[in-house]
Design a protein around this ligand. Structure first.
Ligand code: SPV
Ligand code: MG
Length: 431
């Protein structure tokens, strides 16, 4: 009996999958690889059911003889071990980022002489509906909220990108890259106070209040499924913070980060150039405790952001504060720095991790932008937030267009830098 292999990364079986298995079994004994959770979230959407549930679901399909876990989107290992005679796949992977997987399969079967069989991909209104329902499940508040904690369990480091509108949300939701190690995408979104304020032409001083920020969050949530971490500024008065915790949690936000500053908040990137007052440990712990007490789920995280390094108060102060915040029950800490050299951040993380192996550490490498995610993860950092890059990309691009049209009295010169609208609207889902 010839060996036939196909890999599934779905959590709903529809007629397309059945059709594929029916074709596959004509060639021999069918083994289905179930893409591991970790590989699946890089390639496609977050699964709505567990890895084991996906295995059980696929075992039940008539014509499937064996089910194995494929723990990478690269087929190298599975082909080396199994050397299937035939690999069966839908023909939808011939274009776009999925073609990376097709190339990987072709390269691997060449090594031992397997054959690729491509079946016309089934896409009809029924399959489309199933696909859309899956997306809707992912966008539901309970599901979306819980996803950050799941990611922290699965990923060595969770990659979060700034968003400030529905459109930036869609870009972060849908951008997938194909590189040496396979496919990749962002895990979630950061609702920055700086970028949300800037987008409204306002300073980042808590002038854009939480109610307005929630409107932006709602716009983003309406068109995306990835988890959201909200920049909660100072959290405001404790009496107000508890209400905001309740609302953000209900909306399906995964985490709120509050910074240990008080009074008129200015953006941390100004450091000591502007007057900034750090809250007392006692007050800030009180705010943490009040927020933790009001939470209704374990999934929602309150993360304490320590500004000691920004305010040049030193490592000891930062460590003392963060340990006190953990003691007060916070779900994670964020340590911020505006040094170009990552040393003070790495020293902090190494020392913090000496006594605390589990509390998630968040960093925002705006100034130490040379550090890769791998380097950050090596120092025990669990979440990296790219806090403002989309806004910083948009402003010079838009200014350049204005200048070019003014100088040339027409738009032709700048046309080559503009994306056709036909391409932009592909981001927008039809329902
Ligand atoms: C933000 O993005 O609003 C932040 C991060 O608070 S920072 O601008 O680095 O202070
Ligand atoms: Mg902010």
């Amino acid at each position: 009996m010839k060996k036939v292999y196909t890999c599934f990364c779905t959590d709903v079986i529809h007629e397309g999958h059945i059709n594929l298995i029916n074709h596959a079994k004509e060639y021999g004994e069918v083994t289905v690889g179930v893409l591991s959770e970790r590989a699946m979230i890089r390639y496609d959407r977050f699964p709505t059911i567990s890895e084991q549930e996906r295995v059980e679901m696929i075992k039940k399909i008539p014509g499937v003889s064996h089910v194995v876990i494929q723990d990478s989107i690269k087929y190298d290992k599975v082909f080396e071990e199994m050397k299937p005679d035939y690999i069966v796949h839908g023909d939808n992977w011939k274009s776009g980022h999925l073609s990376w997987m097709r190339d990987n399969v072709l390269k691997n079967i060449e090594k031992y002489g397997g054959e690729l069989i491509e079946i016309p991909y089934t896409y009809n209104p029924n399959v489309k509906k199933i696909d859309m329902r899956r997306n809707e499940t992912l966008a539901m508040p309970d599901f979306r909220r819980a996803r950050l904690k799941r990611l922290l369990e699965i990923e060595p480091i969770v990659k979060i990108m700034e968003v400030h509108s529905g459109l930036t949300g869609l870009i972060v939701e849908k951008t997938v890259t194909a590189g040496e190690d396979g496919l990749d995408q962002f895990d979630g979104m950061w609702m920055s106070s700086l970028c949300d304020s800037t987008d409204r032409g306002k300073p980042d001083i808590e002038l854009v209040d939480m109610t307005e920020r929630m409107h932006t969050i709602d716009q983003i949530m309406d068109v995306t499924t990835k988890p959201i971490i909200v920049d909660g500024d100072t959290g405001g008065m404790t009496e107000h913070f508890v209400y905001n915790v309740r609302t953000l949690e209900r909306m399906g936000v995964s985490a709120v980060i509050i910074e240990d500053k008080t009074g008129l908040k200015k953006n941390s990137l100004f450091g000591t150039e502007v007057e900034q007052t750090q809250d007392t440990i006692e007050n800030f712990c009180e705010k943490i405790r009040a927020g933790e007490a009001i939470k209704r789920t374990d999934d929602f995280m309150i993360i304490a952001r320590c500004e000691s390094l920004i305010l040049e108060k030193g490592q000891e102060d930062a460590l003392k504060r963060c340990r006190a915040y953990v003691e007060a029950g916070v779900d994670g800490i964020m340590i911020h720095s505006r040094q170009r050299d990552p040393k003070e951040i790495f020293d902090f993380c190494d020392e913090f991790r000496r006594t605390d192996k589990t509390t998630p550490i968040v960093v925002v490498p705006t100034s130490f932008c040379q550090c890769t995610t791998e380097e950050l993860a090596a120092h025990g950092i669990n979440i990296v937030i790219y806090a403002n890059q989309l806004m910083r990309a948009a402003v010079p691009a838009m200014t350049n267009v204005c200048e070019s049209i003014l100088m040339n009295h027409r738009s032709e010169e700048v046309e080559k830098e503009l994306m056709p609208f036909k391409q932009i609207i592909r981001l927008i889902d039809e329902i």
